[in-house]
Design a protein. Structure first.
Length: 148
């Protein structure tokens, strides 16, 4: 929305604020700290949390459209490209730490998971069909997503 800004907080919420007055328009409880900036596309705001979920919220009301459990903290900002939302984080943790996920923007289902063996702290960047992201092992990776 023009004149609004969206920001997360370590206090387990995403806030929509009036950009001029700072007045709160709405807040959404994420169930865990929000470590990064949200992504916005087509009147939907997408945000991940330390509560292991990726959320799609209505831009105007903050009403939840869907949530997706990624089985680990979502640490970087999600990236929107085509029909997918890309987000990294701890993945499943335990014996499967760190992953990049492609999530369907329509229903929040996981399209694919790419495990990397290290926490994905960075925000992925989508350029054409290429996805670039870094992980805690010091490597930068490039994936090709050929699905629409």
């Amino acid at each position: 929305m023009d004149g609004w800004l969206y920001c997360g907080a370590f206090a387990d919420h995403l806030f929509a604020l009036d950009a001029v007055s700072g007045r709160e328009r709405w807040r959404f409880r994420t169930g865990g700290p929000v470590f990064s900036s949200p992504a916005i596309a087509d009147d939907v705001v997408y945000v991940g949390s330390g509560g292991h979920h990726l959320y799609a919220l209505d831009l105007r009301s903050g009403t939840e459209v869907w949530r997706c459990d990624l089985k680990g903290r979502v640490l970087g900002s999600p990236a929107v490209a085509g029909h997918h939302l890309y987000a990294g984080g701890e993945g499943a943790g335990g014996s499967e730490p760190g992953a990049l996920f492609a999530v369907d923007r329509e229903d929040g289902s996981i399209v694919w998971r790419f495990g990397v063996g290290a926490t994905v702290w960075s925000s992925p960047t989508a350029v054409g069909s290429s996805l670039w992201f870094g992980a805690h092992d010091g490597k930068v990776r490039r994936l090709i997503d050929e699905r629409p």
